[in-house]
Ligand binder design. Structure first.
Ligand code: XMP
Length: 510
């Protein structure tokens, strides 16, 4: 695998995506990972990400020299280039002419990194205020731009490379090729990381971990992730998999019936439905803080699973459909990606848990999970479903969650789903849903004044949920949704459309 050391760039996840698109497995770790941990991963190559820091700041993040001397090739991107430069005796300074935005790279020396890209001026994307002013004796220049004479360098021993531009962003159109070249030609990776190989490796690993008599409980929400995870675990352990669907009372209209309809024929007795709406509602009563809600939901889930495990005569493992973005956004490494939300199935878990976790999709992005689902033969209506957050309506009701507010949101949300489907957009947006706001506004209905609640409509397009843009829905569709909600959902007199991309917003409101 390739290891990406994260210096906190907003693009670090994109680097991982591009490397995986080259069918090379990679993982992101903090730049200050311990040496023995890094060694244990036995990386075929290291990529140092960009980052917001400047090398002159006090405490500017740096890697321990031993990390760079594992003997595998290293590629520094942007800030990562300056880190490499510093370790190899180059001098780095604030650029007199800052280069942000588009630039043209001229290749000065051939290098496997540029395989298939030579003979062209490459459009690249720059975004940094520092630059190398004097490369020193250990670095050779292999490419430059008008304002950055050392925009691409290589160490004389051929092991270290650095580039000042960002190959991972769409504004560097041939950047994916460059990263693929690094992974395959420089690091020698075969490029055989495919859904089929992933399934085979995971099934083998699960069989090795779960003993022949042991049972696995699976948290099945009916969404893409847990369904794909269930199919994967089921392939490994067969009938020793028991899927528990928790009706939290925070679910979309008809969800429980849908899950029974889809999964009962597949799982028979292996599907257990837990009716836990009262428990979740009781725990959430009086709570408005989003992170507290998330933690309470996480704890309530585990409580239900442990109780079901006892009732079933014991299980050692709990399987979940946790994904890579859940992990990345929930785990704070010093400096880099700050905790954004405690996803209910990662940061929201209680510290002491009796069940051991199995998370076979923990390293995958959503579209990779969908590819694995197709590989496992799951129907496209399951694989293409819109994501729905584990805490459900608890994070779509801003403020306190009460049974009446849940009911109101469920009605509004159902209208959104129906109208999106009627417009032929089902499965074509990343997500579309209603959010209930904790504000009231004045309106006029019939001849009277109304003072009622506000529903926000959220519809976004995204590739993996890490970044997103609001969907440019047709005005006629927005109009239908708005008028149906205000006409049909008693207690709502205003509908607003959320036009915030991610970043700076997130997809869910909490
Ligand atoms: P945000 O709101 O962070 O959401 O932009 C990104 C994607 O993740 C989903 N989401 C969750 N999924 N448990 C989940 O299983 C959670 O706690 C959770 N929170 C957010 C969200 O719906 C979006 O697709």
């Amino acid at each position: 695998m390739i290891v990406i050391l994260d210096f906190g760039s907003q693009y670090t996840q994109l680097i991982a995506r591009r490397v995986r698109e080259a069918q090379v497995y990679c993982e992101i770790h903090p730049y200050n990972i311990a040496l023995d941990k890094l060694r244990a991963l036995s990386p075929a190559g290291l990529i140092l990400s960009g980052g917001p820091a400047s090398l002159y700041e006090r405490d500017a993040p740096d890697v321990a020299p031993e990390l760079l001397r594992l003997g595998c090739p290293v590629l520094g991107i942007c800030y990562g280039l300056f880190v490499i430069g510093r370790h190899l005796g180059a001098s780095v300074a604030a650029a007199a002419l800052r280069e942000y935005g588009p630039a043209r790279l001229r290749i000065d020396e051939s290098d496997p990194l540029f395989d298939g890209l030579e003979g062209e001026e490459l459009k690249v994307w720059m975004s940094h205020g520092d630059r190398i002013v004097e490369p020193g004796s250990k670095l050779v220049v292999i490419g430059h731009t008008e304002n950055a004479p050392y925009a691409a360098v290589r160490s004389r021993d051929g092991l270290w490379r650095g580039i000042q531009f960002h190959p991972e962003v769409a504004h560097t159109p041939r950047g994916a090729r460059l990263l693929a070249n690094f992974a395959r030609l420089v690091c020698g990776e075969k490029g055989d990381w495919t859904p089929a190989n992933f399934v085979a490796a995971q099934v083998a690993a699960l069989r090795a971990r779960v003993g022949p008599e042991e049972r696995v409980l699976m948290a099945l929400s009916g969404g893409v992730d847990s369904t794909v995870a269930a199919a994967l675990v089921g392939r490994a352990v067969g009938a020793r998999l028991v899927c528990v669907f928790v009706d939290t009372g925070l679910l979309r209209f008809g969800e429980r019936e849908r899950v029974e309809r889809v999964f009962r024929p597949m799982l028979g007795e292996g599907l257990v439905v837990a009716d836990a709406a009262a428990l979740f509602m009781e725990r959430l009563a009086g709570v408005s803080d989003p992170e507290r809600k998330r933690r309470l939901v996480g704890h309530a889930f585990i409580e239900v699973f442990e109780q079901k495990a006892r009732m079933l005569g014991g299980a050692r493992f709990l399987a979940q459909g946790t994904l890579y973005p859940d992990v990345i956004e929930s785990v704070s490494v010093k400096g880099p990606s700050a905790v954004i939300k405690s996803h209910h199935n990662v940061g929201g878990l209680p510290a002491r848990m009796k069940l051991e976790l199995i998370e076979p999709l923990r390293e995958l992005f959503k579209d990779e999970v969908r590819a694995v689902g197709r590989e496992l033969g799951l129907a496209s209506e399951i694989v293409e479903r819109e994501p729905f957050p584990g805490p459900g309506y608890a994070v779509r009701i801003v403020g306190e969650v009460t049974p009446a507010r849940v009911e109101l949101l469920r009605r509004a949300d159902r209208i959104v789903t129906d109208e999106i489907a009627a417009a032929g957009l089902a499965g074509r947006l990343w997500q579309s849903f209603a959010v209930l706001l904790p504000v009231k506004s004045v309106g006029v209905m019939g001849d009277g004044r109304s003072y009622e609640q506000v529903v926000a409509l959220r519809a976004v397009e995204s590739l993996d949920g890490m970044t997103a843009d609001w969907a440019r829905l047709e005005p006629a569709l927005l109009e239908r949704i708005s008028s149906r909600i205000t006409n049909e959902v008693r207690g709502v007199n205003r509908v607003v459309y959320d036009i915030t991309p991610k970043p700076p917003g997130t997809i869910e409101w909490e």
